[in-house]
Design a binder for this molecule. Sequence first.
Ligand code: AHG
Ligand code: MN
Ligand code: MN
Length: 281
Amino acid sequence: MNQIFETIKKIAFKIDHAIKTADLGYSDSENSSGEEQLKLDVQSDIIIEKAFAHISSVKALVSEEKEGILEISDSGKYTICYDPLDGSSLVDVNLSVGSIFGIYEGELRGENLVASAYVVYGPRIELVIATCDSKPMLYRVMDSEFKLIGEIEMKEKGKLNASGGTQQHWAKQHKNFIDSLFLEGYRLRYSGGMVPDLHQIMLKGGGLFSYPSTTDIPNGKLRQLFEVIPFALMYEQAGGEAIDDNGMRLLELVPAHPHDTSPCFFGSKYEISALKLAYGI
Ligand code: AHG
Ligand code: MN
Ligand code: MN
């Protein structure tokens, strides 16, 4: 597993370099979710695939940017599901973006996630790694190396509120709940990149990030294997909670297809309890 984490550090430097120097235009292809791919999405995907291609503990790779499962080594133990460049459409306005990695052992389902990691490409490069038996650990690049900053622990209750999806398509109960948090004094934080948005809420102590079911996208937008499940482990290990709109832990999701999505809510304990009350779940 350590070799995988070391590889993620090398990947982070390469993708950061690409973000800072590469062409920001569109490629002429779409990904499996029907989204136009930027050249940077494709380039980041290639960087990750090449980096893991010779790591013997890696059994297979599943990318947000590719349809199928890429077999790497028969004797490998882990399948790495990754979003090469989350929030890539924000690079041209110079906002923070990220890469997300879910490391699974066995069948691709939430309960088989053994570790997750994400990189934030912002004013600094940061990396967070979580395993099932430790708090998430924060690393930051200083003097061209990742240095351990410390453990991440969320408070019982936070101050930030971030909800995705088009408001005109929110369900009434979601609108009422989000309004109630603002009436309680919560402040809006939403950049449109789940990595910096979830990172901010986790590091500032807590709050709520929602990507609900909407009338136009009933299963939400965020993908289970590459986005939702890896962050669910982060939030639970940091002392928060991560559930869907039925109150089920996101770590219990069982995707039928690698690109399946799910409505999702990540927060500290207080906001998730309030959500359960508001949704009646
Ligand atoms: P990606 O760039 O990998 O396609 O993911 C973008 C995601 C996520 O980062 C963010 O939270 C969400 O899309 C924003 O969607 P909305 O604009 O619908 O809120
Ligand atoms: Mn993404
Ligand atoms: Mn992406």
